[in-house]
Design a protein around this ligand. Structure first.
Ligand SMILES: Cc1cc2nc3c(=O)[nH]c(=O)nc-3n(C[C@H](O)[C@H](O)[C@H](O)COP(=O)(O)OP(=O)(O)OC[C@H]3O[C@@H](n4cnc5c(N)ncnc54)[C@H](O)[C@@H]3O)c2cc1C
Length: 606
């Protein structure tokens, strides 16, 4: 801690995080008797920290009692004991037993489709566990997935960067509390490079078809070079489809869409050669991408019309938009501070939220919220909205969502409201009637536009699509997925031996967690599944139909209890379907537990 004194550290540290640090390092569950007493916490920290700051002592994993007290302090509430192991692993306070090496049979080849956050992690973990015979195929020219594809102005995470990081590399020198796309891309690429995957990473290579061969006990996978068009067939005993859930851009079904004469850009298909300076721009959509692109382009365009079908709930975060430097950065070098910060943010962006998303059928205000906690959240978010546009009754009315918080993904405000206040920006809520050569016609009138931006999101229900997957017995797995997307634990599909989809249908969570954590959970599950396969000496494992159908039945029964399932509004979790496809009705703890290891009884081995 060369640049900062102990006093400076204590003065700037977050009170709760510091209380957790003090508890952990002192090894005393009662080290902080009163969490509200900052002075006392600082005094205790001044006693405990010096030998750790000097390197004289190194932190040891806490025992259960100390861990529990530190967890409670970090979040300022009683955290159930069931979260202890999750905290040890994801916060990084340990101890965590590393997985034993895998012992694959000779010639066992794993094909990983996609080199995003998940595919890169999968490859790294297999490599570390001694399963080195794998290939990662990625249709893009670079790894990175989401963070390579989405290059629109303002693109960034709305999960804190210290949380949206792999647990094995949680602090890669993030420059901001919520980093932008170039940094995220750098991080994923750096992970791929540092993991030595590059020789087994085939870029510009798209999987088009795959067929399970009973005779070979393997998938025969047709790939195409996206540059040369050359095709080739690869053989893989197991396939990990890490193709991403926000992959297929969604364009709205508006009459005349093709007739617009100027550039029309989807946020995920951004063309950087289009100069927006001084242009009349229309943005269709008001979700997560719009919240990022609109404030980023509003200052440079001549005029901006934002077409809104529905308003979104937005929260503020004190660190959003702030660089991570100076004392704030130094705090993360204080032993265990980063770990406890990660735990506390993980709780706020995780199961701390679960009580707010569960529908209470006896709640009398189901039109505006789903339970008392959700209603309190609504009041807080409304207060925030008022602080932003309360003096503009026109915006206040248009920006107040008409659905309960968390019904759609909760967005961290990226300066959305302030952008809407700009004199060159207009929020248009009149429905779009058509798009023509010159611009957009709403019921209220016509806007002449030079450029049209589609911030209209993704079709999250396109599982495996457009890969033509033919499973055991010639079953068309892709068509079946299209008709009824189902996968056991969001990973294993019927009639698809040794195929692991990550994430498959209902394979992530909507209220909490983050892409890095979901990837870690699925990757562990897949590793443990492969281990089971090898230990059994089997060629193939396939989820039993009755297990999948019982799992699916349970899921369908539980879905309506979650706010995202209400049908009075739409969201990308459901898309155009009649039920939620993308997310699972589970707590993060349940998701984490479910994916720790496979139940051997759930699979048929051959
Ligand atoms: C704009 C945006 C912001 C986001 N912000 C957050 C956030 O703040 N927090 C959060 O938790 N999550 C966020 N997400 C979700 C994000 O997608 C995940 O966090 C994570 O990046 C998913 O990684 P993945 O590897 O599973 O999928 P992806 O990143 O989508 O990677 C899948 C890869 O598979 C490749 N692929 C697909 N099909 C084929 C094929 N047939 N052949 C070969 N390769 C193929 C794709 O090209 C892609 O590279 C955001 C998503 C978007 C779009």
């Amino acid at each position: 801690m060369p640049d900062f004194t102990l006093d400076e550290i204590l003065a700037h540290a977050d009170r709760r995080t510091l209380a957790a640090v003090v508890t952990h390092l002192s090894g005393d569950p009662d080290a902080v008797p009163d969490l509200r007493d900052r002075e006392q916490i600082e005094a205790k920290a001044a006693e405990v920290l010096p030998p750790y700051l000097s390197g004289e002592k190194t932190p040891q994993p806490p025992n259960d009692e100390v861990l529990q007290a530190a967890m409670n302090h970090a979040v300022g509430a009683e955290v159930p004991a069931a979260y202890r192991q999750l905290a040890r692993e994801q916060a990084g306070v340990g101890p965590v037993e590393p997985p034993a090496p895998l012992n694959p049979p000779d010639g066992f080849h794993v094909l990983i489709i996609g080199a995003g956050v998940t595919g890169v992690l999968m490859a790294r973990v297999l490599d570390q566990l001694g399963l080195t015979n794998f290939t990662v195929v990625e249709r893009n020219a670079e790894p990175g997935g989401t963070w390579y594809v989405n290059q629109y102005p303002g693109c960034r995470v709305d999960t804190p960067s210290m949380l949206y990081s792999y647990s094995f590399d949680p602090d890669p020198d993030w420059p901001e509390h919520f980093s932008h796309q170039p940094e995220l891309l750098r991080y994923v690429k750096q992970t791929a490079e540092r993991s030595g995957l590059n020789d087994r990473l085939r870029l510009n290579t798209e999987v088009e078809r795959m067929m399970w061969s009973e005779a070979a006990g393997a998938w025969l996978v047709d790939v195409r070079d996206t540059v040369t068009g050359a095709t080739e067939q690869l053989t893989a005993q197991a396939v990990v489809a890490a193709m991403g859930i926000l992959r297929v851009p969604k364009l709205p079904d508006i009459p005349g869409r093709e007739t617009f004469a100027g550039p029309a850009l989807h946020t995920a298909l951004w063309d950087k050669s289009v100069d927006l300076a001084g242009k009349r721009v229309g943005v269709i959509g008001t979700g997560a991408s719009a919240n990022q692109v609109v404030p980023a382009i509003a200052p440079v365009v001549d005029s901006l019309v934002v077409y809104q079908r529905s308003a979104h709930w937005m929260m503020s975060h004190p660190k959003y938009g702030k660089v991570l430097e100076g004392i704030e950065k130094a705090l993360f070098q204080v032993p265990t501070y980063r770990e406890w910060h990660r735990f506390s943010e993980g709780w706020k962006f995780g199961d701390g939220v679960t009580p707010m998303v569960t529908v209470d059928p006896s709640w009398p205000h189901l039109d505006r919220s789903v339970n008392a906690a959700n209603d309190r959240m609504r009041a807080q978010l409304t207060e925030y909205l008022e602080s932003q546009v309360g003096d503009r009754p026109d915006l206040m009315e248009k920006c107040l969502p008409n659905f309960p918080p968390y019904g759609k993904r909760l967005i961290v405000d990226n300066g959305w409201y302030q952008a809407l206040r700009r004199p060159n920006v207009r929020l248009e809520t009149s429905p779009i009637v058509e798009i023509d050569e010159a611009g957009v016609r709403t019921r209220a009138g016509h806007d002449d536009l030079d450029v049209l931006v589609y911030a209209t999101g993704f079709q999250a229900d396109k599982v495996l699509w457009p890969i033509q997957v033919t499973g055991a017995g010639g079953v068309d797995v892709t068509a079946r997925m299209e008709a009824e997307p189902e996968a056991y634990l969001g990973v294993a599909a019927a009639d698809a031996p040794n195929l692991f989809i990550t994430p498959g249908p209902n394979g992530i969570l909507g209220h909490g967690g983050n892409g890095m954590l979901f990837a870690e959970c699925h990757v562990r599950y897949i590793v443990e599944s492969l281990r089971l396969l090898f230990e059994r000496g089997a060629t193939a494992m396939t989820v039993k139909p009755e297990v999948l159908s019982a799992y699916q039945q349970d899921l369908l029964e539980r879905l309506p209890n979650f706010v995202q399932s209400l049908t009075t509004f739409d969201n990308w979790y459901r898309g155009d379907r009649d039920r939620v496809i993308a997310i699972a009705p589970k707590s993060l703890l349940e998701f984490w537990n479910d994916t720790r290891s496979p139940d051997p009884e759930a699979y048929a081995f051959s």
